[in-house]
Design a protein around this ligand. Structure first.
Ligand SMILES: [Zn+2]
Length: 481
């Protein structure tokens, strides 16, 4: 294992040494389901999907836990504004997130716990914190006592005296220190509540993640991930309460950069959201995935339609080579129709590490350097195109296999699930056969110099969403984009 990862806690890139050899536990802060996802939310999903894939390709057995925060101030505000129950808002938006993860080809987590399903675990954690002198009940709430934990601020690198007051509770008069944060929020009229030994109420956000992470991954686990905007206060508070309670908690902290628009963090409150559901009607989902995944995960992305179009064009160049090489080899059809993988391992559809170029492996082992890894992909595509142009089928096959293996790691292989049209009950084969019938008739019309008839067939295909391109090897077709 030569993988090195940037750990926010130490501010260094260091060797990734799993707690248990051969295994890796990953907790990712998932959605707070108050609204459908924009591309800023889903970038985190794509970044950590690449990490999960790379851990698996590296031979690790991964347990991936991504939570859903289904109770929260913002969910309650949305529900009250639209006159819906809070749980209906949460369900609706959770479905939108699941759809977005799926449409962008993110592997599903092994477990996707919801906060409201883990109140008993939260009560146990609060009990441990109160018993050990790190938390106190006051005014119906339970607060974590920041001054009781001397490592507070270490993760985000802040001095406690410089920190702002926790803004998680109105008034806050019952707090002993303005920095103390709520583990449990006392019941207010009109809000949902759960009973606890300290009175009815609902969980604080930070507590939820500590309770869920340790339930599924154990008191000490390998990696905790999330967006850069979660380092403080969310992750600082998570690590404080878990370590104060005696758990080892996360051994590595990974944070993805944010998507900005006009220099500002994208958020619903700025009214500048780019919703995933809308974006995938403008570009193909695989192109949106390429765009969000191509930058280094720790870099910020400044969104622009031009940058998105450039990314889409770069992906189409790679895809074009893979599809042409596959057609030339006779293993593909006019439309991508493979079943995926290049001898992949364990039914995961992922390639074997041994099938990858050394430079690609070295790039991903270096803190997931996707830009350098993609540079290797583009080099091999160039070599493959040269081989195709020279009629060197064996060379083109070899390059295509290499490109597909690399794309598989990044979740971008156009001939594999979910991008390939295979697996649709054989319909793609039927469409292929029907288009071939039409193209044969068109060729026959051209052979007898009946060009109006040939053009009419092409126009009819176009009206059905099929674009025909005449090449030296004969006509080929693809779905219009
Ligand atoms: Zn969290």
């Amino acid at each position: 294992m030569t993988l090195r990862l940037h750990d926010t806690a130490t501010r260094t890139v260091r060797d990734f040494l799993p707690l248990t050899p051969g295994k890796a536990g990953l907790y990712l802060c998932g959605a707070t389901v108050q609204a459908p996802p924009h591309i800023g939310h889903i970038r985190s999903g794509v970044s950590f999907d690449i990490l999960v894939r790379w851990l698996k390709v590296s031979g690790l057995e991964v347990t991936f836990c991504r939570n859903v925060t289904d109770i929260d101030d913002k969910i309650l505000r949305t529900a009250s504004a639209e006159g819906s129950p809070w749980w209906a808002v949460a369900e609706r938006n959770q479905r939108a997130f699941t759809r977005a993860y799926d449409v962008l080809g993110c592997l599903p987590p092994d477990v996707e716990p919801r906060a409201t399903g883990h109140v008993p675990e939260m009560i146990t954690l609060i009990r441990r914190l109160i018993d050990s002198g790190h938390a106190y009940a006051a005014g119906g709430d339970v607060h974590f006592e920041v001054s009781s934990y001397d490592r507070y601020g270490a993760l985000s690198g802040q001095r406690p005296e410089h920190m702002r007051a926790a803004d998680d509770i109105e008034g806050g008069s019952a707090k002993r220190d303005p920095r103390d944060f709520a583990l449990w929020k006392g019941h207010k009229p009109g809000e949902p509540y759960w009973d606890t030994p300290w009175g009815p109420g609902r969980p604080g956000w930070h507590l939820e993640c500590s309770a869920m992470a340790t339930k599924y991954l154990g008191p000490t686990f390998d990696i905790h991930g999330g967006g850069l905007d979660l380092v403080f206060p969310h992750h600082e508070n998570e690590v404080a309460q878990s370590r104060a309670a005696g758990d080892g908690f996360a051994r590595y902290w990974l944070h993805n950069g944010l998507v900005n628009l006009g220099g500002e963090k994208m958020s619903k409150s700025l009214g500048n959201s780019l919703l995933v559901d809308a974006m995938v009607t403008e570009v193909r989902p695989v192109e949106l995935r390429y765009y969000l995944g191509q930058a280094h995960y720790r870099s910020g992305i400044e969104y622009s339609p031009e940058a998105l179009a450039e990314a889409a064009a770069a992906y189409r160049r790679i895809e074009g080579f893979v599809v042409r090489a596959s057609e030339a080899a006779g293993t593909g059809t006019g439309r991508a129709a493979g079943t995926g993988g290049t001898g992949g391992s364990g039914g995961t559809g992922l390639p074997l590490a041994s099938s990858l170029p050394a430079a690609f492996v070295a790039a991903l082992d270096d803190d997931l350097a996707v830009p350098q890894a993609l540079a290797v992909v583009h080099e091999v595509v160039t070599e493959g195109n040269t081989a195709l142009a020279a009629g060197d089928q064996a060379g083109a096959d070899k390059q295509a296999e290499s490109v597909r293996a690399m794309l598989g790691v990044l979740g971008l292989d156009p001939l594999a699930a979910p991008w390939a049209t295979a697996g649709d009950s054989g319909l793609s084969d039927v469409v292929e056969a029907l288009v071939r019938v039409a193209l044969d008739q068109r060729q026959a019309a051209r052979a007898r110099k009946d060009y109006p008839a040939a053009d009419a067939i092409r126009d009819q295909l176009h009206a059905a969403g099929i674009v025909v391109e005449d090449t030296p090897a004969g006509p080929r077709w693809e779905l219009a984009r």
